[in-house]
Write a protein that binds this ligand. Structure first.
Ligand SMILES: C[S@@+](CC[C@H](N)C(=O)[O-])C[C@H]1O[C@@H](n2cnc3c(N)ncnc32)[C@H](O)[C@@H]1O
Length: 248
């Protein structure tokens, strides 16, 4: 957790301009390829008046999109530098909502506070799912929804060991045992688990899985990230969105 905090404090400047671009539009788009909301349908249709928390909000643009749809968002992030950008963008756009500095593995909010917990490349990949998903369940009201975007299992299994190299077309590591990842050349730690483990974890935390959406970029999509080539991502999902409802 502390390693990821210092990594993100260092990377924050590189996320300020993309954050500004995302704050500048009312049309959400998702993941490294910027796939439009009208294609993904990630957001619930009825956000007005909903209490939401974004776990690993970074520059806060997802929460800004939620606020513009009538929700009452809180953004939580572990990195002071990322939150400083979020605060600056809030002032620039005159759209303010609470920002908390904390780890999503220990959310400083009471039980049953929120109707929606959301994470796009936030807690969803930077926190241990066995810690943050029980926390998401705890702070959600019964009937509330958990929506998160992660890298696909296919991507994680085909990435080279070195950070910042694109996915290959061959399996680079075993599926069994996947959980904690540290790519060569970085101190940060990511977490990725298989679908069976994710389904069992969600169900154990009182969730019913509603959807698993594999994201496919358009033929002319572009990205500044090196995770996968467009040719790769047109053939295999490099990202996926999970939707789960807290039923008990
Ligand atoms: C890629 S950003 C996600 C924000 C935004 N959706 C984006 O794609 O730019 C990842 C964020 O997760 C945050 N993060 C990492 N570990 C965290 C933790 N334990 N608790 C909360 N946030 C964390 C980082 O500080 C960073 O701001």
């Amino acid at each position: 957790m502390l390693r990821n905090r210092s990594a993100w404090d260092e990377w924050a400047t590189g996320y300020a301009d993309p954050g500004l671009r995302s704050w500048s539009t009312d049309e959400p788009s998702w993941g490294i390829w910027g796939i439009p909301e009208e294609q993904v349908r990630l957001l619930p249709p009825d956000l007005a008046g909903r209490d939401t928390v974004e776990l690993g909000c970074g520059t806060g643009y997802v929460s800004a999109w939620l606020a513009r749809r009538g929700a009452r968002p809180i953004g939580l992030d572990n990195s002071a530098a990322q939150l400083a950008t979020a605060r600056r963008l809030q002032n620039e756009f005159g759209l303010r909502f609470p920002l908390l500095q904390a780890s999503a593995e220990r959310v400083p909010c009471a039980d049953a506070t929120f109707d929606l917990v959301i994470s796009e490349y936030g807690a969803s990949i930077w926190c241990d799912p066995y810690a943050w998903i029980p926390e998401a369940a705890r702070v959600l009201r019964p009937g509330g929804q958990l929506i998160f975007l992660v890298n696909s299992v296919q991507l994680v299994l085909t990435l080279p060991e070195e950070d910042d190299l694109p996915a290959t077309e061959s399996l680079q590591r075993p599926f069994f045992g996947m959980h904690r990842f540290q790519w060569l050349g970085t101190d940060s730690v990511e977490f990725h688990i298989g679908h069976g483990d994710m389904i069992r974890l969600l169900r154990r935390c009182g969730f019913e899985v509603e959807d698993l959406i594999e994201l496919r970029p358009a033929p002319d999509a572009t990205t500044r990230h090196t995770l996968a080539s467009l040719e790769w991502a047109r053939q295999w999902p490099c990202e996926e969105v999970w939707k789960a409802r807290k039923t008990h």
